[in-house]
Design a binder for this molecule. Structure first.
Ligand SMILES: Nc1nc2c(ncn2[C@@H]2O[C@H](COP(=O)(O)OP(=O)(O)OP(=O)(O)O)[C@@H](O)[C@H]2O)c(=O)[nH]1
Length: 979
């Protein structure tokens, strides 16, 4: 309604469309054709122009009647207008629109068209009746537009009268927006009962009225557009000049559209125009649209719907208006303008808004609404990388969502999680799939890289930026591998004893995990670093931690034994790591040794000796007799020089790997570090895995103090805060604070990863939940017992359990003896529960199980074990009484006493032993007496009630078969609330 087509206005004015087009062009408006729409200000301008050119008025007068008479039903108002105009205007040829106003007053007498008589009624009526009046339907658009266009005309009329054409523009008084409009209608034509008209107009926009505080709320109200603009619009938007469509600069150019569009965004607006244009040519669409809009704001609504449609789809129908406008433009821009000024003002601004708004709305549309909160969605291939054990909050941060929204999404998916709870990979994957993200869990290396990047440390970039001329040769690092008993240890000893300068510091050689030997090679003093832990287990363990420290692998094969399984494993590991292999054919001193056979056998595995045309050096040695050792060392140096480029820059901060680490009483954490690049110095701020500190002192394997450690140099370091793990990499940080922060971050990451693992593990207590969730179909058990008979009995009893079809019970491993780390590893991999029958975990195994989240259950009665497993399977587990270990004491000596029986002279290793506590006797990891009691407890000669860790004491258990080395464990049963 805000817009009028040129030909319609022409009719209204009583001139030809062509003329009007010319007129418009003359006044600086670029209008394409007679069917183009023009905005209210332009209409107003046209009116003014025509008034200023009476010669046109004549024509108009003639034709004015026609249009009036031709006016269609919906325009009946116009018809009434014209006559009125004629009468009222008399000399002055008022535009029909203007005439209408008076008409309104006069018209009452019109009778038949009383409702239409007033312009307000004209606007309201068609709208209100839009449903009923068939014809008005299509017309309301133009008609209403015309009417609204008249509105400005009305205003301009007054200015016109007062000051001529230009006054119309000032009428827009941007600043006093509210006033300008008020005075005008009131002042100007107060003569006429216009006051009522405006009111009607407003009442026409009755809907919006309640929303008065927000003039921009009802962009569809045609009445709102013009009448309010003067009033409502400026109010809220006074500070924004762009809000005033009447401002000459904005008002005119905008409506013309062409100017702005052509100038600024011709392409865009051009494209938007055609769109609306495309609809316009199809009049049949107009009624539809209007009829679809009950409020009678059909046309504008229709337009809005068109342009705003996509964006509003999401929020939903009723929210359309509000959604469309409040969200995209409500606050800052066009939206409010559009609302305030209706179509005229709104149009162009809508065009402006649509760029951003459309995008926002589109994004909003693709956002699932969860619990009223939007969650940004990915396109299905958007990759989001999170670290292992990341929390929902971390993920939310990555995708720019709120944690609460993600909790809601997860909840809908049937998963409960808190914002800071670590989630496992599966949960992230599911959540990602739901939201359109490809969630990738960072590998530990990537994660560490990210942590370091946060401190501006990029190791790869540093290495790449290394200048060739800064690199100097470094000694090769060698690992000795081979089959059991083929002589690895013997060889390492032989090399060390023959080449380590152990007298240099007068110290005693000690095992620190690596050592360096020196030899004279081709006239030069050359060093070779040996990793002191033989076997490929250590090698692979280090590799698993990302520490590829080895340059050359010495493969020891006993000449009297030949290639064995672990020989092949070692070959595979070395080859997988891309490490150069040198074969040491050992034990050539033994009768029947056949070195040639080894050469032949190894060819099958791609290890071909140089003698056969291959590239692998074979050296025959006897570690026992220490023969061939020098040849082997020379072979190592030869290979290093010929095949490897072993260089590093010693003039930079040190980086390397922790080969070994331990806690030394008195010295604290002792770390054997192998420097890979740079030079490590005393006083350096160091971070090793999750440990940090300042290098307080350094020693070599001979016990001598070291001030500086260059590349390939293994040294023992003192000064770290905690004990890192073997294979952890180390680096020198710029300062202590950074070192500590890196260590803290790594620790947090590790903790989160551990928690995530735990969350995933199954325990008997949460088995039922897991079954319900379908995350487990098979209950995997590992049974360890004190005797094969009890293990078999328990296994067969458990397998006889009726568990129904929901779950299968599988004993994945059973064995006799203490629960070992291997058992825990297996349970970790296969998500199994460990059942210990009269056995306890070996040293540190409980700790590992806790860390890995592996559930271990201990029983001394087969029936209890069966009952628990059955109850778990049936989801009937009652609140559990969990056994909690209180203390452990090692029996150092057994005293025979006729009076007290056998007294265990013990030292308390952990906890506090209390008299009367329940106890069990453990021998070599096996419970030999499960149900005992601390009958008496003595310190020296005194009876005491408790003895703490580290103290010696005498314990009687009322059990005779106690031996040195046995452990007395005290425990109690504590009720554990069910999760
Ligand atoms: N005759 C002879 N015996 C050797 C030689 N090298 C090692 N042995 C013996 O072989 C046995 C095993 O030697 P180790 O050095 O312990 O072998 P290993 O490969 O380290 O063994 P694991 O540590 O069990 O893997 C010892 O009894 C050594 O004395 C050798 O060159 N000649």
């Amino acid at each position: 309604m805000a817009k009028v087509r040129v030909h319609e206005l022409a009719k209204e004015l009583g001139i030809t469309s062509k003329k009007l087009l010319e007129v418009l062009k003359e006044s600086g408006e670029f209008v394409k054709s007679a069917s183009s729409t023009i905005e209210a200000p332009v209409v107003r301008k046209a009116h003014e122009y025509i008034e200023a050119h009476p010669e046109l008025i004549e024509k108009k007068k003639k034709s004015a009647k026609k249009p009036a008479s031709q006016a269609k039903a919906g325009k009946s108002g116009e018809r009434a207008v014209d006559p009125d105009a004629e009468k009222a205007d008399g000399a002055k040829s008022q535009s029909p629109s203007r005439a209408r106003a008076p008409e309104g007053k006069d018209a009452p007498g019109d009778g038949s068209t009383s409702a239409q008589a007033s312009p307000a009624a004209e606007r309201t009526a068609p709208r209100a009746q839009s449903g009923g009046a068939p014809v008005p339907g299509p017309k309301p658009g133009p008609a209403a537009a015309a009417s609204s266009s008249k509105a400005p005309a009305e205003k301009t009329d007054k200015p016109r009268e007062a000051a001529g054409a230009k006054a119309a523009k000032p009428a827009a008084p941007k600043p006093g927006a509210p006033k300008p409009s008020a005075p005008k209608p009131a002042g100007d034509k107060s003569k006429a009962p216009k006051p009522s008209n405006p009111k009607k107009k407003r009442s026409g926009g009755g809907g919006p009225k309640p929303q008065a505080p927000r003039p921009g709320n009802n962009p569809f109200a045609p009445a709102q557009g013009m009448p309010r603009p003067g009033g409502g619009g400026p109010k809220p938007q006074a500070p924004r000049p762009g809000n005033n469509p009447f401002a000459p600069a904005q008002g005119m150019p905008r409506p013309g559209g062409g100017q702005r569009q052509q100038g600024k965004s011709g392409g865009r607006s051009g494209s938007s125009r055609p769109r609306s244009g495309a609809q316009r040519p199809n009049p049949s669409m107009m009624p539809d649209r209007s009829s679809a809009q009950p409020a009678g704001r059909s046309s504008s609504g229709g337009n809005r719907g068109r342009s705003g449609g996509p964006g509003r789809g999401g929020p939903g129908g009723p929210g359309n208006r509000g959604g469309g406008f409040t969200r995209s433009g409500g606050k800052s821009r066009g939206g409010s303008t559009a609302g305030a000024f209706g179509r005229q003002g709104g149009r162009p601004s809508r065009g402006r808004k649509s760029r951003r708004a459309k995008r926002e709305e589109f994004e909003a549309q693709s956002s699932p609404m969860v619990a009223g909160i939007e969650v940004p969605r990915g396109d299905g291939s958007t990759v989001v990388r999170v670290r292992a054990g990341a929390s929902l909050a971390d993920f939310a941060e990555r995708i720019g969502a709120s944690s609460a929204a993600l909790i809601a999404v997860l909840f809908r998916m049937g998963e409960m999680a808190t914002a800071n709870q670590s989630l496992d990979e599966d949960t992230f994957t599911l959540l990602g799939a739901e939201l359109g993200y490809d969630v990738q869990i960072l590998s530990p290396e990537d994660e560490d890289r990210e942590i370091l990047e946060a401190f501006d440390i990029d190791l790869e970039a540093e290495d790449e930026a290394e200048d060739d001329k800064d690199l100097v040769a470094r000694p090769p690092v060698v690992t000795v591998m081979g089959h059991v008993d083929h002589g690895k240890t013997k060889l390492l000893d032989a090399i060390r004893s023959t080449h380590v300068i152990d007298t240099e510091h007068g110290g005693i050689t000690q095992h620190i995990g690596a050592y360096q030997v020196h030899l004279d090679y081709e006239g030069q003093d050359r060093a070779i670093t040996f990793i002191d832990t033989p076997g490929h287990e250590a090698f692979t363990q280090m590799r698993a931690r990302g520490a590829d420290v080895t340059d050359i692998a010495v493969l020891v094969v006993a000449a009297d034994d030949g290639v064995m399984p672990q020989t092949i494993e070692a070959v595979n590991h070395a080859q997988a790591a891309g490490v150069k292999i040198i074969v040491a054919v050992n034990k050539i001193d033994v009768d029947g040794a056949n070195p040639e056979k080894i050469r032949g056998q190894l060819t099958e595995y791609g290890i071909v000796t140089e003698e056969y045309g291959g590239d692998t050096m074979f050296v025959d040695i006897s570690a026992k007799l220490r023969t061939g050792i020098d040849d082997l060392l020379e072979a190592i140096l030869y290979t290093a020089d010929a095949d490897l480029d072993l260089r590093a820059n010693p003039n930079r901060d040190a980086r390397g790997v922790a080969i070994e680490a331990k806690l030394d009483q008195g010295r604290g954490a002792v770390v054997t570090a192998l420097v890979q690049t740079g030079t490590l110095r005393i006083g350096d701020s160091l971070v090793v895995g999750t440990a940090h500190g300042r290098v307080r002192a350094m020693f070599d394997d001979g016990g001598g103090a070291v001030e500086e450690a260059e590349p390939s140099r293994p040294v023992q370091i003192l000064g770290m805060s905690t004990v890192p793990a073997a294979g952890d990499s180390f680096l020198v940080a710029p300062d202590d604070r950074t070192a500590r922060q890196i260590a803290d971050k790594r620790e947090a990451a590790q903790r989160a990863a551990t928690l995530a693992k735990r969350r995933k593990r199954i325990s008997l207590e949460n088995l039922n939940d897991a079954l319900k969730q379908g995350t487990v179909q098979t209950l995997n058990l590992i049974i360890k017992g004190d005797a094969s008979g009890s293990v078999e009995a328990l296994e067969s009893s458990l397998l006889e359990l009726e568990v129904g079809d929901e779950v299968a019970l599988q004993i994945i491993h059973r064995g006799v003896g203490a629960i070992t780390q291997n058992d825990v590893n297996l349970a970790t991999v296969d998500n199994a529960i460990i059942i210990g029958f009269n056995v306890r975990p070996a040293e540190r195994v409980q700790e590992i199980a806790d860390r890995e989240g592996v559930d271990m259950k201990f029983y001394s009665v087969i029936y209890s074990a069966i009952e628990d497993v059955e109850a778990a399977l049936k989801g009937m587990l009652k609140p559990i009484f969990e056994e909690v270990q209180l203390a452990a004491a090692e029996i150092r000596q057994v005293f025979r006493s006729g009076k007290f029986g056998n007294i265990a002279g013990s030292i308390v290793r952990s906890g506090t032993i209390r008299r009367g506590a329940k106890a069990r006797l453990v021998r070599d990891g096996v419970v030999v007496a499960p149900d005992l009691e601390i009958v008496s407890l003595r310190r020296e000669k005194d009876d005491v009630t408790e003895v703490r860790e580290g103290y010696e004491c005498g314990i009687t258990l009322g059990y005779r078969d106690i031996r040195e080395g046995d452990f007395i464990e005290t425990f109690e049963m504590q009720e554990k609330p069910r999760d």
